[in-house]
Design a protein around this ligand. Structure first.
Ligand code: BGC
Ligand code: NOJ
Length: 818
């Protein structure tokens, strides 16, 4: 069905069996401080904490071929030269297999009786990446082969590296020791960190100058030194420093040799930067002690095996927090393995570094990371706590938020714009999710200064209230929230009026005193009110709970009065007070986001508007590949609507299928009780299902892509922007909380599934507040929803919340739907 590969669920791996995938299919290495992206042909790069400011290896964007530069190996076997990861030489392999696993990638390449297996991973607690290499002679003859390991250094700041050649062609410096190359560019001046590339075995040569190893006119597919059969032992001084080790191997028939390379990052305190007594003219000698320590600790294969086993245990342990047994294999592998893995990736990297995000432009997004937390609070409560505080600390004292912060400095910046009026409202959602999961409400009293008032004595609770009040204080003529620069839909720039070619829509100026309003923010506000009310109740602050619910009722009223268009919710009012997303509009008549959020905010639940809105979504927006963002697509540029009309029809926010907002409709359908529809939508964007149409879909079938081309595009069903998307967290919320319906709350787990009637049942094993809940749900009458009977350790209970105090460490819950 899929000629490029298949899932191996037992090993939690995706197995790629052909290197020429429709696009590079990526994986991530690292889960703490040291990260890398790696493609199925070993392309990609590594960085320490921040893909922009601490980039270790160089990547070439938008190049031919697309995925250029990586962790490359070369083999020379007689006169035959080839790469075991296919690229960069692309000589035909007798066998190729890439296994992307959780935090590691293993690639096997075999040619002419030599099989090379390389496993890449980042050991826990370390700031280095291992390439664990095995070379086997599968032929009946003795063989002498040469192996080169190659990387190209990035001169730290990835932006400067890619643009400031007048300076950076003259800054590159390295130091070489036996088996280790140290990249020390700018270490002589203000940096206290360097990188290294080391070999576990003695080498037959090295190169550190790209011009010497590759040549000026040659490509990575035929480096001069590999063609010639020997390294030149070059020492880079400016230009493009690289790291290459040459290893000569004699292999008898059937013999395997194992070795490894490390790419590492090390720091020294300022007063220990240089080795005493080793200052040479023109070159200070860096203090290598921290790198040497790591190299010594990881010197042999048993240390590498132990580090890998530890990583495997880490993931097995994480995924043991939530396990589902469900009748559908696609749902099963997504919810148990890949969706949770992708959620961890978005926690780590927000929208910074992927095949579609350069690692230069964006750091940790305020709205993005708050939403990402919804998918990981059950996996990483401590890190979620810290992240919430970091995010809240980039809120300003007027309630607005820096739209992103740089992971290395944790300082917010306005580089990708600001004034997005939805931003503040995502904080109540993430804080509530954290508290519901952990029960830890001490976080509310945590001191959290404002970004513009670092000495403020404000608490997290102050930030939450400021966020809610921000929306209330910034309403327009229809009593709906002002949109500001844009809301979740970054491209709905109702105040931008940009006519300058190339100007960033995200940053272009906003007109003063604009009245443009967002119905989506109104719905989101209602949902945030519910979270705030629950938080107040938990603190015993009933009056405040009642007050916030009164504000919600007010907003619901405004939506019902001014935000309803007859068959669906309007999307917005533009700066002139004209409706956006209305039957009166010629194009962009119905949008998805306001339907999702108004329903999730409880609007129209009593008078049927919610149901009508979702039926309109189905009628006007649903396709077999997911739900389109709006219809009809905008065929021309509208200055009053901004970037949304800048894309060709069918792409991105202009009527593309934005999978992120599809999940809100899944949740909404489940909320209203249509489990079959919720599942149909879930499967319509499910990556694993896309194996059936992979030549069209093209992106990785194991993780969500941000968008799929809509029917207005020439390539409907083609995915883009895989990996770093809010779809990850929200899909996990949709499936685990709304469809399978086990939702953490301050009072305990709430059980309220909404499944397809054809499902006979399912089971969930979930850790929660120190206990393991084994929940078995039966559906004898083939319904979607409705808990009829629930027993907890044999005891029948009223309602559908499992009380916290019931049961021991392992709690058995039996649920029957009616
Ligand atoms: C994209 C959006 C994105 C925004 C901010 C726009 O060009 O279409 O999806 O959120 O840029 O980077
Ligand atoms: C991607 C951005 O990361 C996210 O913040 C935004 O909500 C969506 N695009 C929709 O524009």
């Amino acid at each position: 069905m899929n000629p490029y590969g298949h899932f191996d669920d037992d090993h939690r791996e995706y197995v790629i069996t052909r290197p020429d995938t429709p696009l590079p299919w990526l994986n991530y290495l690292g889960c703490e401080e040291f990260f890398g992206i790696i493609s199925n042909t070993a392309g990609g790069y590594s960085f320490y904490r921040d893909a922009k400011l601490r980039r270790l290896t160089r990547y070439r964007y938008n190049n031919v071929p697309l995925d250029s530069n990586g962790r490359y190996l070369y083999i020379r076997d007689g006169n035959d030269i080839w790469s075991p990861t296919w690229k960069p030489i692309r000589a035909t392999l007798d066998r190729y297999e890439c296994r992307h696993g959780l935090g590691y990638t293993q690639i096997i390449g075999q040619r002419n009786g030599i099989a090379v297996t390389t496993r890449h991973f980042v050991p826990l607690g370390r700031t280095c990446e291992v390439w664990d290499v095995r070379v086997r002679n599968t032929s009946p003859h003795p063989k002498r082969v040469q192996l080169w390991g190659f990387i190209e250094w990035c001169l730290w700041d990835a932006m400067d590296d890619a643009s400031n050649f007048q300076r950076n062609y003259s800054t590159g410096q390295v130091e070489v020791e036996p088996q280790a190359i140290y990249h020390v560019t700018e270490y002589r001046e203000r940096r206290n960190h360097y990188a290294y590339f080391s070999s576990s075995v003695p080498t037959a040569g090295f190169d550190t100058s790209r011009n010497a190893f590759v040549g000026v006119h040659e490509g990575l597919d035929a480096p001069r030194a590999v063609v010639a059969g020997n390294c030149t032992n070059s020492i880079a001084y400016g230009w493009q420093p690289i790291g290459v080790h040459q290893i000569d191997l004699d292999l008898s028939p059937g013999e395997e040799k194992r070795l490894h390379f490390l790419i590492g990052y090390a720091e020294n305190p300022d007063d220990k930067k240089f080795s005493p007594g080793m200052v040479r003219k023109g070159q200070l000698v860096a203090n290598k002690a921290p790198a040497q320590k790591v190299r010594a600790e990881l010197a042999n294969s048993s240390a590498i095996d132990a580090a890998f086993a530890e990583l495997k245990d880490y993931w097995a342990d994480l995924l043991s927090n939530y396990k589902a047994e469900v009748p559908d294999p696609h749902v099963s592998r997504m919810v148990n393995i890949w969706n949770q893995y992708q959620c961890m990736t978005t926690l780590n990297l927000s929208r910074s570094a992927s095949g579609f995000e350069s690692g230069i432009g964006r750091g940790m997004g305020y709205r993005d990371s708050n939403q990402d937390l919804l998918g990981v609070v059950h996996l990483q409560p401590q890190r979620s706590r810290q992240r919430i505080i970091d995010l809240a600390s980039t809120q300003l004292s007027d309630g607005t938020c820096f739209h992103q912060y740089q992971p290395l400095t944790k300082k917010g910046n306005a580089d990708i714009g600001g004034g997005f009026n939805d931003d503040p409202l995502w904080l109540p959602l993430s804080v509530y999710a954290y508290i519901a999961e952990t029960g830890d409400n001490t976080i509310l009293a945590e001191r959290c200064p404002y970004a513009d008032k670092p000495d403020a004595a404000s608490t997290l609770m102050d930030h939450l209230e400021l966020s809610m009040n921000y929306t209330l204080r910034n309403r327009g003529p229809h009593n709906l929230p002002l949109i500001g620069h844009a809301d979740w839909n970054d491209c709905l720039n109702l105040n931008c009026f940009s006519t300058t070619p190339g100007e960033s829509f995200q940053c272009a100026g906003d007109i003063a005193g604009s009245v443009a309003e967002s119905v989506m923010i109104a719905g989101l506000f209602c949902a945030a009110c519910d979270r705030m009310a629950a938080i107040y109740r938990l603190l015993g602050q009933e009056a405040k709970a009642a007050d916030v619910l009164a504000r919600k009722a007010e907003m619901q009223k405004a939506i019902e009065t001014n935000g309803w268009d007859g068959q669906w919710f309007l999307r917005a009012y533009d700066a002139h007070g004209h409706k956006v997303g209305s039957k009166e509009s010629e194009e962009g008549r119905i949008f998805i986001e306001s339907q999702g959020w108004c329903v999730l905010g409880g609007v129209g639940s009593k008078d049927g508007k919610a149901r009508i809105a979702l039926d309109s979504v189905k009628k006007h927006l649903a396709t077999p590949n997911g739900i389109v963002l709006q219809q009809p697509a905008y065929s021309t540029y509208h200055v009053e609507l901004g970037e949304v009309t800048s894309y060709p029809p069918g792409y991105k926010e202009n009527a593309g299928i934005f999978t992120h907002n599809n999940t809100w409709i899944q949740c909404a359908e489940a909320l209203l009780g249509d489990g079959a529809q919720a599942m149909e939508y879930f499967l319509s964007i499910c990556p694993s299902k896309k194996e059936e149409q992979i030549e069209t879909y093209r992106c990785e079938p194991y993780v969500y892509s941000q968008m799929t081309a809509g029917p207005d595009a020439p390539t409907p069903g083609e995915a883009k922007n895989s990996w770093l998307t809010g779809t990850a967290a929200w899909s996990f919320v949709a499936i685990s909380q709304y469809i399978l319906g086990i939702t953490p709350s301050p009072a305990g787990l709430v059980v309220n599934p909404c499944i397809p009637p054809s499902w006979k049942g399912f089971a969930i094993s979930r850790k929660f507040r120190g206990k393991t809940y084994n929940i078995d749900v039966r559906n004898p009458r083939g319904v979607c929803k409705g808990v009829n009977r629930m027993t907890v350790d044999g005891q029948t209970i009223d309602g559908n919340t499992i009380p916290l105090n019931l049961g021991g460490n392992i709690v058995s819950v039996q649920v029957v739907l009616e």
